[in-house]
Write a protein that binds this ligand. Structure first.
Ligand code: PHE
Length: 344
């Protein structure tokens, strides 16, 4: 019995020491297995009881239980202390962690070219006193055609391959010109607005066509609006958008039922002085349709054409972006490929 008492004491001492020396939860777990495990040192003492007399059992039995109980308590206390310590260490590390610091390995997103260009265009026109107008992409035939002087049987309806919808009199807008009469009905002249947005045409997709692309439209109505205002505005816009001074413009007659006279306005090539592949060696780039708002359109908008005049212009925003950033395939702008978009 004496031997057993000594053994209990020794195990107890060794255990206390081992607990003290455990500095991590992993260490502590090894100590627990060594002493408190199913085949651990304390468990191995239990079978020795049966060789003792009843009196001895009465003394050693409770001593062994006491050893086991206090070893378990010590273990739990130590475990709690180590968890608290690990938490504190983590907190200390977090305190030094600067969430604003730059990490070269993290990739960040960027604004799509459409968003960048739209913001740039809107800022240019806002600085000229314009405001931003908006219109729906699912549009009535009235705003997309009729109000723009394009009657039911007007051949101009075939100029733009329209997506007609199963809903009567509704189409996917083929042009941002649908905002013209919408804007006139909402505002009193004088006013100047631009509107950028998606338009849809039933066309096969290739490098320069897609069934969806973007346009932007300008509309100015006032008492003395003339073609020279339109041309001056276009030149100023080109210079600001392409960040180039002394760009020239030229105007040719163009037919759009909602303007009279109608013009196609070209810009001198901003990329060369004597011909390049972008301007197809012509030194001119066709970009915009425009003209003076047709009196019928003003009437549809509730504006008296004998008192007011206006100009309107329409750009292919998609084409403008492709030109500015030398993008040779429209699909690159529309398919959301990360490798392409990351360049801008
Ligand atoms: N909406 C015309 C188009 O899509 C462009 C345009 C707009 C022409 C405004 C004249 C005035 O081709």
């Amino acid at each position: 019995m004496k031997q057993l008492t000594l053994k209990i004491e020794r195990i107890d001492q060794a255990y206390q020491q081992a607990i003290k020396d455990s500095t991590t939860l992993e260490n502590l777990e090894l100590v627990r297995i060594q002493f408190l495990g199913r085949k651990g040192e304390i468990a191995q003492l239990m079978p020795l009881l049966k060789d003792l007399s009843t009196d001895e059992k009465r003394i050693i039995g409770p001593a062994l239980n006491q050893l086991k109980q206090s070893a378990e308590d010590t273990y739990l206390l130590k475990k709690e202390a180590l968890i608290a310590q690990a938490f504190e260490q983590q907190e200390a590390r977090n305190k030094d962690f600067d969430i604003t610091s730059y990490s070269p390995l993290k990739s960040t997103g960027s604004l799509h070219l459409y968003t960048q260009a739209t913001e740039k265009i809107e800022n240019i026109f806002l600085s000229m006193g314009y405001s931003i107008a908006d219109g729906p992409e699912v549009e009535t035939e009235f705003y997309n055609f009729e109000s723009l002087n394009i009657g039911k049987n007007h051949p101009a309806r075939d100029m733009q391959d329209t997506f007609f919808l199963n809903i009567p009199n509704m189409v996917l807008r083929t042009q941002t010109s649908n905002v013209q009469v919408r804007t006139m009905q909402k505002r009193k002249p004088p006013f100047a607005v631009i509107c950028t947005g998606k338009v849809y045409r039933n066309e096969a997709t290739d490098a320069s066509h897609d069934y969806m692309f973007r346009q932007f439209e300008g509309l100015v109505v006032g008492e003395t609006i003339s073609l020279s205002n339109l041309l001056a505005t276009m030149r100023l816009f080109f210079e600001k958008f392409f960040e180039k001074k002394n760009l020239k413009i030229r105007a040719r007659p163009g037919y759009f039922p909602f303007v009279e006279p109608g013009l196609e306005i070209d810009m001198s090539c901003p990329f060369c002085s004597n011909g390049c592949s972008t301007c197809k060696q012509s030194c001119w780039i066709e970009l915009v349709g425009g003209g003076l708002v047709h009196p019928n359109v003003l009437k549809h908008g509730g504006i008296d054409p004998t008192r007011y005049s206006g100009f309107a212009f329409g750009f292919g925003l998609t084409r403008l972006i492709m030109l500015k950033y030398s993008i040779n395939d429209i699909r690159l702008l529309h398919n959301g490929q990360k490798e392409f978009l990351e360049q801008f």
